[in-house]
Ligand binder design. Structure first.
Ligand SMILES: CC(C)(COP(=O)(O)OP(=O)(O)OC[C@H]1O[C@@H](n2cnc3c(N)ncnc32)[C@H](O)[C@@H]1OP(=O)(O)O)[C@@H](O)C(=O)NCCC(=O)NCCS
Length: 405
């Protein structure tokens, strides 16, 4: 009989060790220390078989940026793991039930996660809302076209200066793009600024840079390099950890800086988006390979609060039927005013559009268009209602999956 309960502080090392077994890693003191600083003990549950820990789940308390420069509280589901001796006995299902009850109790309208395998979480109501996009650029085969604001200055800095500036800058722009998440100082320390020593063979330490315009901080960049020599020819690589600017000029100034690093011929940048201006400013579009995969999954916990949480691109009234999951199923009336803000209530009668909760999650942040989902057979309704829904949910930015949590 497996018992699922909150873990105790003294069980945290065993918790981390089990997570590392499941994720095919070795526990090290460094990994444990990093994880301890960001773990939320009161959101961490263990599955116990007798005295043995056989399953783990936890959550981070995030605010997720949604369209309209607003945020919605989100339980960030994490460290889901089951001991290999206990797999496929329903332990994950039991832990997810308890975890989602906890998210609901905390009145967070959304849960969200990164999936180790894309086939696991749909059954629990999670749908992919943000794509994970990676750029692989042959920086020796392309240049950036057109002017870049020459007031933008890129300056390499040390980690101390970077840490303060990057946190300040991230907080100042966090509301602009859907998908951004709150980052606590502990998060910055353990996740963004940690000099990870695992799985990084051949990489340099992190390098740090800031961008300034008229003495104002307008962006930050951190990256590593890897020395590669083939047939006596230098073919080094640049690996971007994060490149973030106030506008396209700032980011283009960073890209130009990276492309020009001597002895390198390639830049690899994960966590980008398909509406990145860079893609439209290269003289050789074929020099950048974009790979798109599933990134952040969302699960509605409270449809009315989540739908009211964002703003919409056009006004109108739409009755939306959600067809699955007992806690979500029903019809919701979404009334969007001229300023884009919305009121959402439970409703009766025939709906204008009908879709499952995974499809609603896919469209919620504007990552996937309602009309595309309708063509895929995942939204039912009249052509006019689908068009209205498509325009309402559309947003000027694609959402971004900035890091795995
Ligand atoms: C993925 C993992 C947590 C599943 O745990 P588990 O206890 O074996 O899962 P359960 O027995 O509760 O399975 C629940 C359901 O999910 C399905 N499922 C479980 N693992 C799955 C997988 N890897 N792929 C697809 N479906 C999966 C089961 O078939 C079952 O489906 P059903 O109830 O609809 O029949 C476990 O295999 C594990 O720790 N894997 C390594 C670490 C990992 O990938 N963690 C997830 C991080 S996001």
């Amino acid at each position: 009989m497996v018992d699922i309960r909150p873990i105790l502080e003294r069980e945290l090392d065993a918790f981390i060790d089990l997570m590392d077994v499941a994720y095919l890693q070795d526990s090290t003191k460094e990994r444990r220390d990093h994880y301890r600083t960001i773990n939320e003990l009161d959101r961490s549950f263990g599955a116990f078989d007798g005295g043995q820990l056989v399953g783990t789940i936890s959550a981070y308390s995030f605010d997720l940026t949604v369209p309209g420069e607003r945020t919605v509280p989100m339980g960030g589901t994490t460290v889901v793991a089951v001991r290999p001796t206990h797999r496929r006995r329903g332990i994950l299902r039991g832990m997810i039930d308890i975890h989602l009850d906890d998210v609901r109790r905390r009145a967070e309208p959304l849960a969200g996660l990164w999936a180790s395998e894309a086939t696991i979480y749909g059954r629990f109501g999670f749908g992919c809302a943000i794509d994970f996009v990676t750029f692989e650029i042959r920086s020796d085969a392309t240049t950036i076209t057109g002017p870049i604001d020459d007031r933008v200055q890129v300056r390499m800095v040390d980690k101390v200066e970077f840490a303060e500036a990057a946190q300040r800058f991230y907080d100042s722009i966090r509301l602009f793009r859907p998908g951004e998440l709150t980052r606590t100082p502990a998060w910055w320390k353990a996740r963004r600024l940690a000099q990870a020593s695992f799985g990084d063979s051949g990489m340099s330490s992190y390098r740090y840079a800031l961008a300034e315009r008229d003495k104002q901080l307008v962006g930050y960049l951190h990256y590593r390099t890897k020395e590669v020599v083939r047939d006596g020819v230098p073919r080094g690589e640049v690996h971007v950890a994060e490149l973030l600017g106030l506008d396209a000029d700032v980011e283009l100034a960073f890209w130009r800086f990276l492309f020009a690093i001597d002895l390198t011929t390639a830049v690899r940048a994960p966590f980008r988006s398909m509406d990145d201006p860079l893609l439209h400013r290269l003289d050789n579009r074929r020099a950048v390979k974009t790979s798109v995969s599933d990134g952040v999954y969302l699960r509605f916990m409270d449809v009315t609060k989540a739908l009211e949480g964002r703003t919409y691109s056009v006004p109108g009234t739409l009755k939306i039927e959600v067809t699955d999951h007992p806690d979500l199923r029903g019809t919701y009336r979404l009334e969007v005013k001229g300023d884009g803000t919305a009121r959402c209530t439970q409703a009766d009668g025939a709906a204008d559009v009908s879709l499952d909760s995974q499809t609603l999650a896919a469209c919620y942040l504007g990552g996937c268009r309602v009309c595309a989902m309708a063509r895929a057979g995942r939204v039912a309704g009249s052509a006019a209602s689908i068009r209205l829904a498509d325009l309402m949910f559309d947003n000027q930015y694609l959402p971004i999956a900035r890091e795995i949590f």
